[in-house]
Design a protein around this ligand. Structure first.
Ligand code: RIB
Length: 315
């Protein structure tokens, strides 16, 4: 096992404005929500924090706005011990923000305004090349320009660095360019968007994953929420079972999975154990409100992992 794996996240940082409500206003109507939470989010930032909490050394490559949220976001990264030497403030642009609505079941709906995230260019990636080439794992998502994502994947392949692409939020992708990634990790909705077939259960996830392998992706892990995860590669397809919980807020659970998976994999865990561990890490994140602030520490995770039923550890 690597003592301290090094993970670089090239991705987004947002501020999450979360309203808890079971009702939504119609056009022209004003209604009351139940409660509100303000926190740091963004898929890239969340994944960086999860990897860091699991024990990785982490660098973030990102852009924030020159508003109140920009410097606060950088300070938040620094508070976790994440390297921010490649997080730039972009003049004249807002930071990324995400108005989020969470129902009492824990289900969420998210609207993302990309702001400065949309200004992260291949030139920013070039400036971080020294970090990227010595990473154990590079993590990407789709809240930044696709050109920047594809460029980073090509660069990583040139240096032989392992990459994880989280194709979120769902949008059309160039599968040939995305095929440079070692792992593509969608949830059900994102897998559906990539494969053009419904994913409502592990069986459909299997069909969808096979379709994506046939179209040139190398390895796919479909995260299935309460149903665990399904991994597929040319070596075969495997369902990795979940750790059942009663969620209060599922926002960021996918990011908890991906950030922790990057860390576990780069630490030297076998792929299947890494997926099983990440299933548990993501499940634990749904027990508290918020995104990053719902992610548990490495110590808490290891305590829960030691207690978790062996049968659920995969196989
Ligand atoms: O995956 C959850 C994240 O999606 C939130 O933190 C929000 O900012 C959006 O990026």
């Amino acid at each position: 096992m690597n003592q301290t794996p090094y993970v670089v996240v090239v991705g987004s940082a947002n501020v999450d404005l979360t309203t808890f409500t079971d009702q939504f206003p119609r056009p022209g109507e004003t209604i009351f929500g139940q409660s509100f939470d303000l926190g740091f989010g963004g898929k890239g930032a969340n994944q960086a924090v999860a990897a860091r909490l699991c024990g990785a050394e982490v660098s973030m490559v990102a852009r924030v706005g020159d508003d109140l949220f920009g410097p606060a976001t950088i300070a938040n990264f620094a508070g976790y011990g994440i390297d921010t030497s490649h997080v730039r403030i972009t003049p004249g642009v807002s930071s990324g923000v995400a108005p989020i609505f969470v129902e009492s079941s824990g289900q969420n709906r998210i609207l993302v305004v990309k702001g400065a995230n949309d200004r992260l260019t291949p030139a920013d990636v070039d400036q971080a090349e020294d970090l990227l080439r010595r990473a154990d794992c590079i993590v990407l998502q789709l809240e930044i320009p696709l050109d920047t994502v594809y460029y980073t994947l090509r660069l990583a392949r040139k240096y032989g660095v392992r990459t994880i692409l989280n194709p979120a939020p769902a949008q059309p992708l160039d599968l040939q360019a995305a095929g440079e990634a070692d792992y593509v990790v969608p949830n059900e909705t994102e897998a559906e968007a990539l494969a053009g077939a419904p994913v409502r259960n592990p069986e459909e996830a299997r069909t969808c994953a096979q379709r994506l392998l046939d179209r040139g992706l190398r390895r796919i892990i479909v995260t299935l929420g309460a149903n665990g995860a399904l991994s597929a590669s040319e070596r075969g397809v495997r369902h990795v079972p979940p750790f059942p919980v009663n969620p209060v807020d599922t926002t960021g659970a996918g990011d908890a999975f991906i950030g922790s998976f990057a860390c576990f994999l780069a630490s030297g865990c076998e792929e299947e154990e890494a997926i099983s561990r990440s299933n548990l890490y993501a499940a634990l994140s749904t027990l508290a409100v918020g995104t990053q602030k719902s992610f548990v520490s490495n110590e808490r995770f290891e305590t829960e992992w030691a207690k978790a039923p062996r049968a659920a550890h995969s196989r």
